[in-house]
Design a protein around this ligand. Structure first.
Ligand code: PHE
Ligand code: CO
Length: 295
């Protein structure tokens, strides 16, 4: 354990991006200010209210069971006791986004990296990188769910494998993460619900993903997802819908090697594409879509 240390933005071929120390850090809980706690409290209250009837049942139940404190930033140590008992996962504090291989190695060992710092009050609605609220409120609850917990570990192992195969395999695997872990929807008896962390931690996208006429909502299909580009700077143009976490586990249990080989050099699809072979829940109106900028 070392002390938290956030490095400055550096200029790279992808523009100016924040770079962080890769080590695990102790959560500097005593160092949080009243403003930090207040940001947590406001975001927590706003999202818990918005997510009733919108987030998946499993997510809401897990989040309640975990005992996230509503008005103080939770202590990782407290959550680790609950999580460890439920599924064996542990949270580790980090400075921010990690290099891909480091991230995969944590997941493969059932460790979830959580950014220790929280956004400033003027960033309540949007932040371009993950902070404590996104990681803890958004990602950690489903680690209480045994099936999803196994999926995340499998993803980590799959990531290590893809990393060894090269940049194209990594890109295809990253799309799977994006369209499930970050922006996934699930079909429940009462209707479509959110389970993706990027959605549940965003007030705007919590509503947009389910209620807007603009995006497509399409049944999950592994290879289709892997071919689909995505947006990192706006709401998604397409959401993929799973029927259950068991389905996600089963569909991703196969060896991705042959799939990566098949997809290599193939064309990717625009984020907003709809194919004849898609199982379409809703076809988006496309209103407000930017025409360029898919990743
Ligand atoms: N089955 C995948 C592989 O062979 C690993 C994986 C599982 C990836 C679950 C993502 C999610 O690479
Ligand atoms: Co995330």
């Amino acid at each position: 354990m070392s002390q938290p240390r956030r490095l400055e933005n550096v200029q790279t071929d992808r523009g100016s991006i924040p770079v962080y120390a890769t080590g695990v850090v102790a959560q500097p809980w005593d160092g949080y200010t009243e403003t930090d706690h207040d940001v947590w409290k406001r975001l927590y209250a706003r999202q818990r209210e918005l997510l009733v009837g919108r987030a998946s049942d499993a997510f809401l139940r897990a989040q309640a069971e975990m005992g996230l404190t509503p008005d103080r930033i939770p202590r990782f140590d407290d959550l680790n006791r609950v999580l460890g008992e439920a599924t064996g996962w542990q949270l580790v504090g980090v400075e921010g986004l990690l290099p891909e291989l480091t991230f995969f190695e944590h997941l493969a060992n059932r460790r979830f990296p959580v950014t220790w710092w929280i956004r400033r009050p003027e960033q309540l609605d949007y932040l371009s990188e993950p902070d404590l609220f996104h990681d803890l409120f958004g990602h950690v609850p489903l680690l209480m769910n045994p099936v999803f917990a196994d999926y995340m570990e499998a993803y980590g192992r799959g990531g290590i494998k893809a990393h060894g195969l090269g940049a194209e395999a990594m890109q295809h695997l990253a799309r799977l993460y994006w369209y499930t872990v970050e922006f996934g929807l699930i079909r429940e008896p009462a209707g479509l619900r959110i389970y993706g962390s990027g959605i549940v931690s965003s007030s705007g996208e919590s509503v947009h993903s389910l209620e807007s006429a603009s995006p497509n909502r399409i049944g999950f299909d592994l290879e289709r997802v892997m071919r689909t580009r995505y947006r990192i700077d706006t709401f998604q143009q397409t959401y993929f819908v799973i029927d259950s976490f068991e389905q996600l586990m089963e569909d991703t249990a196969q060896d991705f090697g042959p799939i990566y080989a098949r997809l290599a050099d193939g064309d990717s699809l625009p984020a907003g594409a709809v194919l004849d072979t898609d199982q379409v829940h809703t076809r988006g109106s496309g209103e407000g879509w930017a025409s360029a900028g898919d990743t």
